[in-house]
Write a protein that binds this ligand. Structure first.
Ligand code: SAM
Length: 215
């Protein structure tokens, strides 16, 4: 399937979605088919979301690429992902931050998180991805602060908990809007302890973020 992966990544590059070598290399390295249920593996390199069970989805490759580009990642960064799903997005980010970096990823549905743990182990990304089962809207206070936080489910508003857990100059990306797959992707930058810059990265369609500071 490598040729299909290479073709998809090259087309995302031609469309200007992938801009950096780091994101291109990571998306060429991570086998998306290893993070999919058997019945949809053959669609691994179509650029669309796919069902993973429990009413949840794996994000489309272009969305993973947009988030990775906008996060402006560097080797060695400590990252928090809310919404592990089957672990694909976490593996791409782990590939970018490298072995000196780390991705902590939280999912509220234990059956999905357990499959993600297996997928990450089989592909070797368990060394720098830790999956936690719980309510990601609370963040992960034991590991704060994070250089980057990204949320792959749509929130009613930006949880203050996540803003607090960012380091200074850290960035947070989160879809904010309604529960019916209609949100705006917002990027927050932490200027200092209580000053933030916010901008919209455009319209998106994610499953709802369910939890204490979600729906
Ligand atoms: N990041 C995944 C990928 O690799 O493409 C896609 C994740 S899927 C679009 C969104 C996930 O968010 C689901 O697995 C869902 O269970 C999870 N989720 C929803 N609310 C959550 C919460 N409060 N805490 C943690 N996970 C949550």
């Amino acid at each position: 399937m490598y040729l299909q992966r290479e073709k998809l990544v090259d087309s995302l590059k031609n469309y200007g979605v992938i801009k950096s070598d780091l994101v291109e290399k990571a998306m060429k390295a991570v086998p998306r088919e290893e993070f999919l249920p058997e019945e949809v593996k053959s669609q691994a390199y179509f650029d669309h979301p796919l069902p993973i069970g429990e009413g949840q989805t794996i994000s489309a490759p272009h969305m993973v690429a947009i988030i990775a580009e906008k996060l402006d990642l560097q080797k060695g960064m400590k990252i928090l992902e809310i919404g592990t799903g089957f672990g694909y997005n976490a593996a791409v980010i782990a590939e970018i931050v490298g072995e000196d970096g780390h991705v902590f990823s939280i999912d509220r549905i234990d059956s999905l998180a357990e499959i993600a743990i297996d997928n990450l182990k089989r592909t070797g990304y368990d060394k720098n991805v830790t999956v936690i089962i719980g309510d990601g809207t609370l963040g992960l206070p034991s590991e704060t602060p994070f250089a980057r936080i990204y949320v792959t489910a749509g929130a009613p508003k930006i949880p203050e908990t996540l803003k607090e857990q960012l380091e200074i100059e850290g960035k947070l990306i989160i879809p904010v809007g309604t529960t019916n797959y209609n949100q705006e992707l917002i990027m927050i930058e932490k200027i200092d302890e209580d000053q933030f810059k916010s901008k919209s990265l455009g319209g998106v369609a994610f499953v709802p973020l369910i939890g204490e500071h979600g729906w």
